[in-house]
Design a binder for this molecule. Structure first.
Ligand code: KG4
Ligand code: ZN
Length: 407
């Protein structure tokens, strides 16, 4: 019987014995599968990070119609699409299941019903094809995707801002993270989605197929952010945590007030949607940037970042927002950090980032399972070691920075 966790070398040996493809090329090949939220994704990568084939089914349009993700609907859509998506990724790569070195799948954190579909499919797949299994932490995968595209050494600072998460962490290794701050209520993307919904942006002709964050970014380009003033959250708390619920409240109140003034029914478009979008986007950007600024200063004060080329990596769906990226650039320029954001398609959920995390783990022989019966999904899973209270105790005051962005 094979040991429970195989080392990278063992896996290689297994492949050489059992797969002509790998014997022929010497490459290690990983199939990555993602179903943690509302994207069914799969991709086949080689161990250099070359994407051999990928496929993605987005549930975005369905969830836009229902006004948010209904977990049972997400589960049904994953179930309906997973087979086709995995088959497409394999077909496009020209790789047979027998040639794969391992299968990597998101098992945490995420929606229980969605995670369950990916894990169940993967367990059957690896059993059928007798492949090792690599369980993946979704946020670790977001944090490390950048290494597929740039040679970024550990340690580096990472900001993850998506629909489900807003966090700052120090990446020290592929499975070693220090959590510096996280959202105390809702995530940045969720807030933008809810504001977009409250503004009925899906009925705006230019926004019908866009996610909330994308719609806000698009409309904000022509809006006047000074037309509304929303208070940046947590100004008196000198930590790196985030909070967006209060902002959401402020924006909702402003919308209700405007609806009354303009005699507009709830559900109809206000004349000032672009201004509200611009002011909301700016406040989200400003909050994210201030917490990131403090995280940079904290890491510097503790000697946690390298002297040479210290780097801030930004990922997650919200990281595809150009305005937020440009605001972050002001802070990294002021603090001497190098800012890296993967292209948008790698910031949002996909199978490629999961396969890449599998490649990283395979190379280091970490977390590779020969049996999957005991692997369970975990809807809640912290990222790394939580040092948020140490950051809070340091109470670092950030110097004022002019966040002037031309949209
Ligand atoms: O990482 P992701 O694809 O899924 C998870 O939440 O894990 O992120 C999706 C989130 C949504 O809330 C969406 O509104 C937001 O990312 N988003 C954006 C943009 N594109 C996607 N937010 C702001 N600006 C964008 N361009
Ligand atoms: Zn994500």
């Amino acid at each position: 019987m094979l040991p429970r966790a195989l080392s990278g070398a063992d896996v290689c040996l297994m492949k050489r014995c059992s797969s002509q493809g790998v014997f022929r090329t010497g490459r290690r090949l990983v199939l990555g599968i993602e179903t943690s939220c509302d994207e069914t994704g799969a991709a086949v990568l080689d161990d250099t990070g070359l994407i051999l084939g990928e496929s993605l089914h987005s549930q975005k349009l369905t969830h836009l119609e229902t006004g948010g993700i209904i977990p049972t609907v997400a589960q049904r859509l994953h179930r309906e699409n997973i087979c086709r998506v995995v088959q497409e990724a394999l077909d496009r790569s020209g790789i047979e299941p027998s040639e794969l070195t391992a299968v990597a799948t998101t098992v945490k954190p995420g929606l229980a019903l969605s995670l369950g579909i990916g894990l169940d499919f993967s367990q059957r797949f690896v059993r059928l094809h007798e492949k090792p299994f690599i369980p993946i932490h979704h946020m670790e995968a977001h944090a490390l995707t950048v290494r597929m595209l740039h040679p970024v050494d550990f340690p580096f600072l990472v900001l993850l801002v998506s629909g489900g998460h807003s966090l700052l962490a120090l990446a020290k290794g592929i499975d070693e993270f220090l959590l510096l701050g996280q959202t105390l209520d809702v995530a940045a993307g969720d807030t933008l989605d809810k504001i977009a919904r409250r503004l009925s942006l899906s009925s705006h002709p230019e926004c019908s197929s866009l996610s909330g964050g994308q719609a806000i970014e698009l409309l904000a380009k022509e809006g006047d952010r000074f037309a509304f003033h929303f208070k940046s959250p947590m100004g008196q708390l000198y930590d790196c945590n985030f909070s967006f619920a209060g902002l959401q409240n402020q924006v909702t109140l402003a919308i209700s007030k405007k609806e009354k003034e303009e005699g507009v029914e709830k559900g109809q478009l206000l004349s000032c949607v672009k201004d509200i979008a611009a002011a909301s986007q700016h406040t989200v950007a400003s909050h994210i940037v201030k917490r990131t600024h403090r995280a940079i200063l904290f890491c510097k004060s503790k000697g946690l970042l390298p002297q040479h080329n210290p780097t801030l990596v930004v990922s997650g769906g919200v990281a595809s927002n150009e305005y937020i990226r440009r605001t972050l650039k002001i802070v990294t320029d002021a603090t001497g950090l190098h800012l890296l954001c993967p292209p948008s398609k790698f910031c949002t959920d996909n199978g490629v980032m999961i396969a890449w995390n599998g490649v990283e783990r395979l190379k280091q022989g970490k977390g590779i399972m020969s049996h999957t019966e005991e692997v369970n999904y975990e809807p809640k899973a912290p990222l790394g070691l939580d040092i948020t209270s140490e950051v809070k105790d340091a109470a670092i005051k950030i110097p004022p920075l002019k966040l002037k962005i031309n949209s």
